[in-house]
Every structure is written in C-alpha cells, then in structure tokens.
Design a protein around this ligand. Structure first.
Ligand code: ZN
Length: 115
C-alpha cells in the first residue's frame, strides 16, 4: 500500500529558459502536450515566460500526465487498452474527433467492466 509518487508539492525553481522559444515566432505561446497512462493527450498552452510543469493531471481521468508519450507517469498499472487505435487517434489530432473517440472508448470500457 505504497501511495506512489508524491507530487503534491509545488516545484518552484525549475529554471526554464524560454529564450529559445521567443524568436519572434507567430505563436506567442508554447504548446505542451501531456499524455497520461491511458493515452489521453492534454494540450496546454503556456505563456512563454510561464513555468512549464513536468507533469499535468489528465482532465479526463485524473491520472498524472507527462510530456513523453512513450513513457507516461503511470500510476502503477499498465493500461493494455493502448493499441493501434490510440495511434490512429493521435495522428488525427482533431480535437472533436478525439473527443468522440474518447467517448466511444469510455463506453467500451464501461461495457467491459473494470478488468
Ligand atoms: Zn487520462
């Protein structure tokens, strides 16, 4: 019954040099994607001078998400459901289509029960 990672503390002081991103690009913000262990992508935009957190809680399932899609900060268990469909979903990167897919996935999961 180990609680896992304790990320409740605020991490201040991670110096993020944003000088690279402010070359006068058209986008005034930096967009960061976070993936949770369930394969949900959360795309967030931060002001350039804002501190970008390493992890972000998934708004869909509440699991912590990381910036590495291959290595999300899983909460301990591996979700076997991530498969071909996840990649298709990622390639579309259409937010509405993604939402629809998420709904379908949720229904599927509910039908299957929690394995
Ligand atoms: Zn999630």
């Amino acid at each position: 019954m180990v609680g896992g990672n304790a990320i409740r503390g605020t991490r201040i002081g991670a110096a993020g040099p944003s000088s690279e991103s402010e070359r006068g690009e058209t986008a005034p913000r930096s967009v960061v994607s976070y993936w949770c262990a369930n394969g949900h992508e959360s795309r967030l935009s931060f002001a350039l001078d804002a501190e970008i957190p390493n992890e972000w809680d998934c708004p869909k399932c509440g699991l912590p998400g990381g910036q590495d899609v291959q290595n999300p900060p899983s909460s301990g268990r591996t979700e076997p459901f991530k498969s071909h469909l996840e990649y298709v979903k990622e390639r579309r990167s259409d937010e509405e289509g993604e939402a629809l897919l998420e709904e379908a996935l949720e229904k599927l999961r509910q039908r299957r029960g929690r394995a």
